[in-house]
Design a protein around this ligand. Structure first.
Ligand SMILES: Cc1ncc(COP(=O)(O)O)c(C=O)c1O
Length: 382
């Protein structure tokens, strides 16, 4: 039995999504900018998808710009707002636990004369609202805070952050790639000016995402070309991918979330109870419904990952980032973990396809493999 517990990295594409996408590869393959029938059919599918996605965020269709995914949307949001507002100010506030695409976009902006504040987080991964307030100055143009953390599952309070941004007249962006369809995003209630979402975390295709940009928000595009997507993202539109994205949004439902929460809690509780010297990273409440992130003292997360993989259980470590660096994860360090503890961390992320039997098997194998590694570990003291 193969058990896939790396849904934070990506998800299996839903069969319904495959069906929806296929139609726009084979029968309705037109360019949505073409005027003839097959072009008009593509345009209709595009606008229908835009409506579905806008509705899921409580936004207007013309506020949704389709992109190639979360990385592009985050880059467009941050660089696009920075350059559109450089007369007004050059200061941006983010957190120390953002995804690399936000962090690295901001590090690059520093080379272009922008000033970035990297907010601390507490041991559960939440920002301090007072620190946010006191970091805003008259040059601040944008605050960007991740919604659901991709490593430790912390869900930040967008409404409270949005209120502070509104009171201080600064734009507010969130990276909602992990939280989209898993917890509420309401751009009006949360006072969002920009929000990043993508399809492949929700059983949609890879290489498609969207950026919500509030009406009348000035933004400089990353790409210049034919003026597609309201002049904000040129390039032939990925109609099939977008149709698949909208189908994935339509398929998301509360029952699946509740099922994931139940299995998540079972996995957390059993591991913490049955394996000594373990610690949950991230909060118990206000946590992504599919995220389990646990540190196992005295062992290497990579070794545990490989042993689980040998048994058909696919997870990820919290210690090595996607660039295969040996540095511990910046998120785990930001919540105060020691390097050794960060290196002994596993992230297990569930999906609507995860079953109780798979969770039971994972707990059993984890117990055996952690015990086997600890017997060999020079870090275990007698
Ligand atoms: C929080 C977060 N932001 C951004 C991204 C990047 O999204 P994409 O893979 O669509 O470029 C990811 C996915 O790894 C993510 O988890």
């Amino acid at each position: 039995m193969k058990i896939y517990l790396d849904n934070g990295a990506t998800t299996k594409v839903d069969d319904e999504v495959v069906k929806a996408v296929t139609k726009y590869f084979t029968a309705e393959y037109g360019n949505s900018s073409s005027i003839h029938q097959v072009g008009r059919a593509a345009k209709e599918a595009l606008e229908n998808s835009r409506e579905i996605i806008a509705k899921s965020l409580n936004a207007e269709p013309e506020e949704i710009i389709f992109t190639s995914g979360g990385t592009e949307s985050n880059n467009l949001a941050i660089k696009g707002i920075a350059f559109a507002n450089k007369e007004k100010g050059n200061h941006i506030i983010i957190t120390k636990v953002e995804h690399d695409c936000v962090l690295n976009a901001c590090r690059w902006l520093e080379t272009q004369g922008f000033k970035i504040t990297y907010l601390d987080v507490d041991k559960e991964g939440f920002i301090d609202l007072e620190q946010l307030k006191s970091s805003i100055n008259n040059k601040t143009i944008l605050v960007s805070v991740i919604h659901g953390n991709n490593e430790i599952g912390t869900i930040n309070d967008l409404e409270a952050i949005g209120k502070i941004c509104k009171e201080n007249k600064v734009l507010f962006h969130t990276d909602a790639c992990q939280s989209f369809t898993k917890t509420e995003i309401d751009v009006k209630k949360q006072n969002l000016d920009l929000a990043t979402i993508n399809a492949h975390k929700i059983h949609g295709p890879k290489g498609v995402g969207a950026l919500y940009i509030k009406k009348y928000t000035k933004i400089i595009p990353l790409f210049h070309g034919g003026g597609q997507e309201f002049n904000k993202r040129s390039g032939t539109v990925n109609v099939s991918g977008i149709v698949g994205f909208a189908k994935a949004v339509e398929l998301a439902n509360k029952a699946d979330i509740e099922k994931m929460e139940k299995l998540r809690d079972k996995l957390i509780n059993q591991v913490l109870k049955e394996i000594s010297h373990t610690m949950l990273n991230g909060p118990r409440k206000k946590r992504l419904c599919n995220n389990v992130d646990i540190s196992f003292e005295f062992i290497e997360g990579e070794s545990l990952l490989m042993r689980l993989d040998d048994q058909g259980i696919e997870v990820s470590t919290g210690s090595a980032c996607s660039s295969k660096s040996l540095e511990p994860s910046h998120v785990l360090l930001a919540i105060g973990l020691k390097h050794e503890t960060a290196h002994g961390t596993l992230r297990m992320t569930l999906s609507k396809y995860t079953t109780e039997k798979e969770i039971d098997k994972t707990i059993k194998v984890l117990k055996e493999e952690v015990a086997a590694l600890r017997v060999m570990s020079p870090l275990v003291k007698d």
